[in-house]
Design a protein around this ligand. Structure first.
Ligand code: ZN
Length: 86
């Protein structure tokens, strides 16, 4: 992606949705923290990555990477296998 020029509407809560190709080009992911800076002189807003979100962990063992999510609870492959063995 060389340049981006797109129009997005601000929703009722003041949010905008970032284009997927922008997210990919910047290496940003869901839950990353973005620093938003406003320059009154330029009347421009810039956004930079502030902090990558930590990798999600299994909500049961707190170690594995969640494979499935049920009711907002992420469960890893190992825990799924332990349930199957019960
Ligand atoms: Zn687990």
């Amino acid at each position: 992606m060389e340049n981006l020029n797109t129009i997005r509407k601000i929703d009722e809560l003041g949010r905008i949705v970032l284009p997927n190709d922008l997210m990919q080009a910047m290496g940003w992911a869901i839950r990353d923290s973005i620093l938003i800076t406003f320059s009154k002189q330029d009347e421009a807003v810039t956004m930079k990555l502030h902090e990558k979100a930590p990798e999600p962990k299994c909500d049961l063992c707190k170690e594995g990477k969640p494979k499935v999510t049920m009711n907002n609870i992420g469960v890893c492959e190992g825990c799924i296998e332990r349930f199957k063995a019960m």
